[in-house]
Design a protein. Sequence first.
Length: 222
Amino acid sequence: MTWKNKPLDGLEWTVREGYSDYAATLAEMSARADAIRAGTAPEAVWLVEHSPVYTAGTSAKPEDLRDPRFPVFEAGRGGQYTYHGPGQRVAYVMIDLKERGGDVREYVRRLEEWMIRTLARFNVKGERREGRVGIWVDRGPDGRGGRREDKIGAIGVRVKRWVTFHGLSLNVDCDLSHFAGIVPCGISAPAYGVTSLADLGLLVTMPEFDMMLRHEFETTFG
């Protein structure tokens, strides 16, 4: 299939203040996807933060929930366990894939590209890795003859009647110890951890980050 860019003039871009309730947001996303398909609501991107939660995708393994110290939700998206919490920007993307050629794989690739381009704005080199979902940062030698690589961005999507929802998360300045309650995305090798912009020594406010997210969304999807 061939991806077709579509003008974003009618897309609704919303930054939600405070911490959004995860269960309520999940229900709102599903309803919005239905409304987009019915033609009664515009496409949308919601930027949110959540109170600490663990969410399980359709491929989540029970043993990967190590310490359920926070509420756990069945998310209905693809993927395994992930964490959402304060200081992490979650972007929920609700767009019509049918209008863009119907290529789900290319859509996921563009979500990855969106994260890579946004991180580059802060001089962070985010990279894809074969067989590992999400965006990674090379942290240098791991002391065991290999390289340490930390995950900074996660992806989990769902498509209903060709309309997307869920999306991605990027760690800006979150408590990385909260990831210890799960095996993030099922990847537990010692050389693979998690990081954030703050962990990399970059003090970035959420409004600054959101501005770059919006700009790079338009360059990636517009």
